[in-house]
Write a protein that binds this ligand. Structure first.
Ligand SMILES: [Zn+2]
Length: 106
């Protein structure tokens, strides 16, 4: 599985994660735009976590598995279901329109 959309209805959580992630003491960065924060974490049963960047680049992050379930769920447990990935990405601002906004703020 290389794309969270392949999981279909098995997707259980999609949680915005504004802070940096450093599961092994190394901060995760986007290989496409070099962003280092402001992720969307997509948690797929049973133990897959994908990271999606504002630039729409997404990848499976092996270091964020079940052991980091609390990270994937987010601090406030704010959960919401979406009909499609496209709606989810658009609703959460991860459809590419906000790509690069991280740098405009700094
Ligand atoms: Zn990016």
């Amino acid at each position: 599985m290389t794309n969270p959309a392949d999981a279909g209805h098995n997707v259980v959580l999609a949680v915005p994660h504004p802070a940096p992630l450093n599961p092994r003491g190394i901060t995760i960065t986007c290989t496409m735009c070099e962003a280092a924060r402001d992720w969307l974490l997509i948690h797929v049963r049973p133990d897959l976590v994908f990271v999606r960047c504002r630039c729409t680049h997404e990848w499976r992050e092996h270091d964020l598995g079940a052991a980091n379930g609390t990270v994937a769920r987010g601090a406030d447990g704010d959960e919401r279901e979406w009909e499609t990935f496209e709606q989810m990405y658009r609703g959460l601002g991860f459809d590419g329109l906000l790509a690069g906004t991280v740098w405009n703020l700094s």
